[in-house]
Design a protein around this ligand. Sequence first.
Ligand code: PMP
Length: 286
Amino acid sequence: MKNKKTYLAEVYLNGQWMPPQEATVSVFDRGFMFGDGIYEVTPFYHGKPFRLQDHLDRLKYCLEQIKIPFDISILEPLMLEAISRSRLATSDAAVYIQISRGAAPRNHYFPDNPKPNFLMYAFPVELENFSGKRWKVMVSEDFRWQRCDIKSTALLANTMMKDDAISDGYNENLLVRDGYFTEGSHSTAFFVSKGIVFTHPEGPHILSGITRKVVLEICRDLGIGYKEEALALERISEVEEVFLTGTTTQITVVSSLHLKGKEIFTSQKGQITARLQEEFLKRTRG
Ligand code: PMP
């Protein structure tokens, strides 16, 4: 089902809290014109941030990569305020942060003294019950750019891919570049083959997921073998379990994969995914 979410009561824009209908930026905002900005989504489990420092570190990395000057030290107290103002301290929620380069005469090159536009808001999100989900996932070509490590608001390719999936009755789109699985349109992909967990190495072809990092830590702590190695599409027949991870996806089981309408993988919930989910629950709710 599309367009099921409602708008929020309040957002924070450039230093002020206001109703979203009053929050406006220039039509010359480079985020609007070029997708020249970055964003971050941080989960709050019953009011408590999870891996906040990792999310702030990634935001800082992305700002540096695209050379937007911004002092991130203001963020943490504002994020906590967003949660309390939105009355989300006793339920599950996330804080969305977006920083664009701001308004400037329309030129491709960056302006000399940018005035970034900073938007933030808290929103309710379902972080429970992921263990019971089974996602039917389509597989398609990864036609994104070569800097997927930057969490850019320029998400046209990702939105096209997700829309293809939803329009055809799938839950997510799993992407393949040069014959190797990279990640989902908004999630990290994991594969279990012969008891070993595989996921694409960090680098320009994937977003360095915070949930990915947590899952690999859990593997280490539980003594589950893992390899940060891309899996070839042609080796899907050797895979026993597939799951996707992300801040809002959590750890979701993939029950089937479909390439051009043909089923290429099917599985019920696997043992390793179940162990990871159980431990993930402990760490996020502990
Ligand atoms: N890859 C992409 C393309 C994403 O959009 C996301 C969701 N932010 C992820 C991976 C997962 O990252 P995280 O675990 O930090 O949410």
